[in-house]
Design a protein around this ligand. Structure first.
Ligand code: GRF
Length: 202
């Protein structure tokens, strides 16, 4: 049986599309059964509907606080027996309650080599700091911001003339490779979390 995946997104959705394509090509032994968005017009949500994937829109103002918003999302995810929740440009920090419900089963992708440059505008942070290399990180999600155990990283050079957009594009190409790879490893039960470290079984 194929592993069921839920994707949470707020925007463009290029990582979601990379994951979707990997499932369709058989590179990931799983299927995206649910997409949840907090932005109704998110291009990622539009793609999900085009692909025929069940897509739910959760409107922030329908919930008094983040915990109840996240609880409602968690219930929908649980109903569908989802094995893995993938954040793909989901722009809200998950509540600790949500993280506890799916601990070790939520992944995120971040456009920097964590623990450097967490949070927003990671590419701009990297350029302004002056690092010569940055990259992308797929990690499990814990209660912090971009702080959970690291699964895979890809290194990308930072060039002298890079703008935030140019560096973001260079990093994005790597994101689209390592996110499907991390999901594949998870669904093949090859990932083992020991404290902060993630071991990849042979
Ligand atoms: C990516 O750069 C990802 O690393 C970050 O948000 C961006 C989402 O892009 N978390 P997309 O919506 O997947 O195209």
């Amino acid at each position: 049986m194929k592993g069921k995946i839920a994707v949470l997104l707020s925007g463009r959705g290029s990582n979601f599309r990379a994951l979707y394509k990997a499932t369709k090509k058989g590179k990931i032994p799983g299927e995206i059964v649910l997409v949840i968005t907090d932005k109704k017009e998110a291009p990622g949500a539009v793609s999900a509907k085009e692909y025929g994937i069940e897509t739910l829109y959760f409107r922030r103002k329908d919930y008094p606080d983040k915990a109840s918003f996240d609880l409602a999302m968690a219930e929908e995810i649980k109903k569908r027996d989802v094995e893995l929740v993938c954040l793909a440009g989901y722009m809200r920090v998950l509540s600790p309650e949500f993280v506890r419900k799916f601990r070790g089963r939520i992944m995120n992708i971040h456009p920097a080599l964590l623990p450097c440059f967490p949070g927003l505008h990671a590419q701009k942070q990297a350029i302004e700091y002056g690092v010569k290399f940055s990259g992308a990180t797929v990690h499990f999600v814990d209660e912090g911001v971009d702080s959970g155990p690291i699964i895979i990283q890809a290194v990308v050079p930072v060039m002298q003339n890079d703008t935030e957009e140019i560096l973001a594009d260079r990093i994005l190409k790597e994101e689209h490779k390592i996110y499907p790879e991390a999901v594949r490893l998870f669904l093949q039960e090859k990932l083992e979390i020991k404290g902060r470290r993630v071991f990849i079984k042979k």
